[in-house]
Design a protein around this ligand. Structure first.
Ligand SMILES: Nc1ncnc2c1ncn2[C@@H]1O[C@H](COP(=O)(O)OP(=O)(O)OP(=O)(O)O)[C@@H](O)[C@H]1O
Ligand SMILES: CC(=O)N[C@H]1[C@@H]2OC[C@@H](O2)[C@@H](O)[C@@H]1O[C@H](C)C(=O)O
Length: 374
């Protein structure tokens, strides 16, 4: 039937490099997106090492790039196949897979005076071969070509999921990086941007000091004390004071950036506490930039939504905000971004714009992505 929802799969592997998320989503013109099933495949350590090396490479060989892309594509294909197999769905029942790819470098304002670029490692042709599904990919570069930042792209999906005319809502993604989306109550164009690092530095510092891959519930950060001098030095980074549109990544906020601000005498737990505070303070600053101190509902998604210490810090910075998890809307906090790329694939195939110029700064709305036949 024409009005039956179509099935799409969104594939996302974010800046935390923790794995590939695959979300099966039902999409129809007049109904909100519905999350039907999910599957996550953890990032194998070897591939994680290959990708991290690319993220921090000054120079890289084509063979290294190809090897990482090949392994990454096979991981994505396994995630799609597992999702379909687990729920007994045939590949041809899926209208398309929306593949974000793996961001290895993001320089929307150019690098050293060069042209703007954003690089997502991806091989949609191979993915189509391996899965038998139509693939939509390369979502970011059309926005970039139209003068935009190419990120964040999820705000348009945030609007589709969470807009409400009864209250001011802000959506916060706490992934490797944090980004916010304000959904004005009056239906005006959403505003939003990347506020800075979220888990990327917390994870790196935690791993470096043998506290596991990430700081479970923020317990280690909670055991330390914020170092006000260090916090002030970190917050002086010009990115935090740039007007929107703005987006960022590992090129700026990497372990070396943190090291360059340390005096050497700090206790590791205090540094972790200070990094958590940096995330909360920069998010609060970003929200203040958009909404002042008006009351709002803050809908939190991304892995950081599980970090109790980080959420406490946010609440302390935002006394007029009601903090809620995206789970309360029936869309689990961990599955918003994968859902966004299913939705963006749907937008592409229906020739609908996927970007929000009010967020990315692009010259106009654009249909995003390229299509790879099954
Ligand atoms: N229970 C928990 N306690 C603390 N932190 C957690 C917990 N669960 C997940 N996280 C954090 O969430 C991170 C993963 O978040 P997520 O998957 O949203 O990131 P991502 O999608 O890679 O990032 P981005 O949105 O920047 O692309 C982990 O690396 C970890 O730091
Ligand atoms: C270039 C890139 O991959 N950026 C990511 C990253 O992770 C969070 C934040 O920085 C956001 O700008 C974006 O991802 C989401 C999916 C977005 O485009 O909305």
């Amino acid at each position: 039937m024409e009005n039956d929802p179509a099935l799409y799969i969104g594939l996302m592997s974010g800046t935390s490099l923790d794995g590939v998320d695959a979300a099966l989503v039902a999409l129809a013109p007049d109904a909100p997106p519905r999350l039907l099933a999910t599957h996550a495949d953890p990032m194998p350590e070897t591939l994680r090492g290959q990708l991290l090396a690319l993220c921090h490479a000054d120079s890289v060989s084509f063979a290294e790039l190809a090897a990482a892309e090949h392994a990454f594509c096979h991981l994505q294909a396994r995630a799609v196949t597992a999702l379909l197999g687990h729920y007994g769905i045939a590949a041809d029942a899926v209208t398309a897979v929306g593949s974000h790819g793996q961001t290895v470098e993001h320089a929307p304002d150019g690098h050293g005076g060069g042209p703007p670029y954003t690089l997502q490692l991806d091989n949609p042709s191979l993915l189509a071969e391996l899965t038998g599904c139509r693939v939509v990919a390369d979502f970011r570069r059309r926005d970039l070509a139209a003068g935009g930042q190419a990120a964040p792209l999820a705000p348009a999906f945030h609007r589709a999921l969470f807009h409400d005319s009864g209250e001011e809502r802000m959506v916060l993604n706490l992934g490797g990086f944090a980004n916010i989306t304000w959904l004005p109550q009056d239906g005006g164009a959403p505003l939003g941007f990347d506020t800075g690092p979220a888990n990327v530095l917390l994870d790196a510092w935690c791993q470096r000091h043998g506290h596991g891959r990430f700081d479970e519930d923020g317990a280690w950060a909670a055991s330390g004390s914020v170092d006000p001098t260090l916090l002030e030095r970190l917050l002086a980074e010009p990115f935090f004071h740039q007007p929107p549109p703005r987006s960022t990544g590992r090129e700026l906020f990497h372990p070396g950036w943190l090291e360059s601000h340390l005096s050497g005498g700090e206790s590791p737990a205090d540094v972790q506490a200070t990094l958590a505070e940096l995330t909360a303070a920069s998010v609060a600053q970003g929200i203040g930039q958009l909404l002042g101190s008006r009351p709002l509902t803050l809908i939190i998604g991304g892995g950081g939504a599980h970090n109790a210490d980080l959420c406490r810090r946010l609440a302390a910075h935002l006394p007029r905000a009601t903090l809620r998890s995206a789970d309360d809307w029936g869309w689990p906090a961990d599955w918003i971004e994968a859902g966004a790329f299913a939705w963006l694939a749907y937008r592409r195939l229906n020739r609908l714009p996927g970007n929000l110029p009010s967020v990315t700064g692009a010259a106009g709305e654009r249909v995003l992505g390229g299509v790879y036949a099954p």
